[in-house]
Ligand binder design. Structure first.
Ligand SMILES: C=C(O[C@@H]1C=C(C(=O)O)C=C[C@H]1O)C(=O)O
Length: 194
């Protein structure tokens, strides 16, 4: 959809135009694992687990995971850190109907990257990437800001937060990953080591 730029977060089919200049394009687009990409742009990569428990999914993600209305899911939230700087707030939800055979490693991930279990598993199918600019009041924008504030780091009040979302499927299971990119990600540079 040429020319269509990023739109406000309601996720429905907003495709990042391939030609529109966008500071976050490098991070919002592209296949492959975000973990791998972040590792290539830092000397030290870490997943900081914030929470992994059951929760009620967000209103704008219920439909994407096959729920008719917001309902209980397994929820995982992490900060991805490059050289100890938080650069992504990631939020993943899995329907409660999923069983261990659908996502065998999900429940015990800890601070291992989810991506390390998704990419390279031939049974995992990755859906389309959807993009959004999150309103300041979007729950994930607020949670990202709160997570950073709890770490003593601030996201400038006027900073626009851009996110992408992708549905993964494996056997009968679905898993929805939302990655909120934090302004410091723009300062990363590809390292020459790898
Ligand atoms: C899906 C990936 O896994 C990353 C790691 C996550 C985690 O550990 O919870 C969540 C989202 C991703 O940014 C990836 O590396 O592409």
């Amino acid at each position: 959809m040429k020319g269509q730029s990023l739109r406000q977060a309601n996720w429905h089919g907003h495709v990042l135009a391939t030609n529109a200049p966008h500071p976050y394009r490098h991070w919002l687009t592209g296949g492959g694992s975000l973990t791998a990409k972040l590792k290539a742009h830092s000397d030290a990569f870490r997943v900081q687990l914030l929470r992994q428990d059951t929760a009620i999914c967000l209103a704008d993600e219920a439909n994407a995971i096959g729920y008719h209305r917001p309902g209980r899911v397994w929820e995982r939230e992490v900060l991805l850190r490059c050289d100890n700087t938080p650069v992504v707030f990631a939020h993943t939800v899995v329907p409660m109907s999923a069983d261990a055979s659908d996502w065998p490693l999900f429940s015990a991930l800890g601070e291992r990257s989810l991506g390390s279990t998704l990419f390279g598993d031939p049974r995992v199918r990755r859906g389309e990437l959807h993009y959004a600019r999150l309103r300041a009041t979007h729950p994930l924008a607020m949670r990202a800001r709160a997570a950073l504030a709890a770490q003593g780091a601030e996201v400038p009040a006027d900073a626009l937060l851009y996110a992408r979302r992708c549905l993964y499927q494996r056997r009968e299971g679905t898993l929805l990953v939302t990655e909120v990119f934090l302004p410091p990600v723009l300062k990363l540079h590809r390292n020459n080591v790898k």
